[in-house]
Write a protein that binds this ligand. Structure first.
Ligand code: NAD
Ligand code: HSE
Ligand code: NA
Length: 436
């Protein structure tokens, strides 16, 4: 039987030359001999699609490679790397690449969380790879471990700090007592947060990553529309201080779980016990904590953003898809055989900490406890502390109630009933407690 000779070189097209693209081009050039040895064929960067070929670029970029004709570039490639971001034209260009027989590597979480299945289906039909390690938690290997290393196990839960900007902001609030707006401004000055930080602080970036992680972990298609999302804008310096007093830190978590109700993916600020490994994730670092039936607890930690760290993940994927082309065949495809239902957000079961301002007089604690019990919610701990400037001249106190596990729907009813009590001056915060 005649064998097809392995290619001596693979043509690589790069779409986008921003923060990540610049570093991808640099690594392809700086490491070209090592990459050739690892792949078994040279990786030849044949062009870089940009919006404006005349714009200033990092000196490491070979300007002769720049083109504003992305379509022609894609048509001649064996491997297409997409680091432009956005839905269009990224989707159309990737589909064109796949239809033309190229394997693709992308860092585009927004596109995958919105319409990944269109790409996966096209790649299946064409017999090529779609790899996307950089799309979740940047440099941290998490897509490959979930897709391959844990393929023989059953993942039960994934808890992730997958947005560096918000982790930096919450960490600054916790360690320096900053207000949220001041911490966001500092993150912008240091270049962590974008000029428009909405996608980060409102949790959209983390929600896209949660959709991708939930799809991988539970072999079920989950899109960003299936993810319940709450950002960090309502977190106050007082919440952060109270978290510390009760032995917690506040983190923006992406939580993916499978239960009898189906798969749930949610993003919200949560209290994490100080002794949990996720509580020690400081600054702009990311970490993904995985609970699996046989493996137990695993944590993946590192840099979730930045040009070079993200390019590291992209290059790892490029080497994988290139090896497949040299050896023939392709890597594992998207797996959605389980097709579990998407659980409604109200079915999530977790612990809560409710902080309320109450009039400090006899019987108030008993009234609050009664209301909680009537909603079948079990109290784990109650703390009380005086409020120095009392409201309306009535001596007031903070009451901090931590519950045992309860469904979100039961908690919502409980909080509404507590708010109706005469002795309750206000609900100051309701935070979920995760990781315990
Ligand atoms: N920056 C990070 O830390 C990071 C981390 C993980 C994933 N990502 C993802 O990587 C991708 C790129 O991010 P980035 O930070 O490098 O963004 P960026 O804005 O710095 O770079 C994107 C580049 O693509 C170019 N571009 C956009 N549309 C184009 C088009 N139609 N034709 C040609 N060029 C086009 C832009 O001009 C820009 O130079 C995004 O999908 C992002 O979500 C980024
Ligand atoms: N903006 C993201 C990086 C890219 O996903 C973050 O702050 O983590
Ligand atoms: Na990653």
């Amino acid at each position: 039987m005649a064998t097809v000779p392995a290619p001596s070189a693979l043509r690589v097209a790069l779409l986008g030359c921003g923060v990540v693209g610049t570093q991808v081009a640099r690594l392809l050039s700086d490491q070209s001999d090592d990459l050739a040895a690892r792949v078994g064929a040279r990786l030849e960067l044949v062009g870089i699609a940009v919006r404006d070929a005349a714009a200033p670029r990092d000196p490491s970029i070979d300007r002769a490679l720049l083109t504003d004709d992305a379509e022609t570039l894609v048509d001649g490639a064996d491997i297409v790397i997409e680091v432009m971001g956005g839905i269009e034209p990224a989707r159309t260009l990737l589909l064109r690449a796949i239809a033309g027989g190229a394997s693709v590597v992308t860092a585009n979480k927004a596109l995958l969380a919105e319409d990944g299945p269109t790409l996966y289906h096209a790649a299946d039909e064409a017999g090529v790879d779609v790899y996307y390690e950089a799309a979740v938690a940047g440099a941290i290997p998490i897509v490959r471990p979930v897709r391959e290393s844990l393929a023989g196990d059953t993942i039960q839960r994934v808890l992730g700090i997958v947005n560096g900007t918000t982790n930096y902001v919450l960490d600054q609030m916790a360690t320096h007592g900053l207000a949220l707006d001041d911490a966001v401004r500092q993150a912008q000055e240091l270049g962590f947060a974008e000029a428009d930080p909405t996608a980060d602080v409102e949790g959209y970036d983390a929600a896209a990553k949660a959709a991708i992680l939930a799809s991988l972990a539970f072999h079920t298609r989950v899109t960003i529309d299936d993810v319940s999302r709450e950002g960090i804008t309502s977190v106050t310096a007082e919440d952060v201080a109270w978290a510390r007093q009760t032995g917690h830190v506040i983190k923006l978590l992406a939580i993916c779980e499978a239960s009898e109700a189906g798969v749930s993916a949610r993003v919200h600020p949560a209290l994490v016990p100080e002794q949990h490994p996720l509580a020690g994730v400081r600054g702009a670092f990311n970490a993904v904590f995985v609970e699996a039936e046989a493996a137990g607890e695993l944590m993946f930690y590192g840099r979730g953003a930045g040009g070079a760290p993200t390019a590291s993940a992209v290059l790892g994927d490029v080497v994988s898809v290139a090896r497949h082309r040299v050896l023939g065949g392709k890597g594992p495809a998207e797996s959605h055989y389980a097709q579990l239902p998407i659980a409604p957000a109200s079915s999530a079961v977790t612990r809560y900490q409710v902080r309320i301002a109450v009039s400090d007089r006899p019987g108030v604690l008993a009234q609050v406890a009664q209301v909680v019990a009537e909603h079948s919610v079990s109290i784990e701990a109650v703390r009380q502390a005086p409020i120095e400037s009392s409201l309306d001249g009535v001596t007031a106190a903070h009451l901090v109630i931590t519950t045992h596990h309860a469904p979100e729907s039961a908690l919502a009813g409980t909080v509404a009933a507590i708010a109706d009590l005469d002795a309750v001056q206000g609900i100051l915060s309701v935070l979920r407690v995760e990781g315990s």
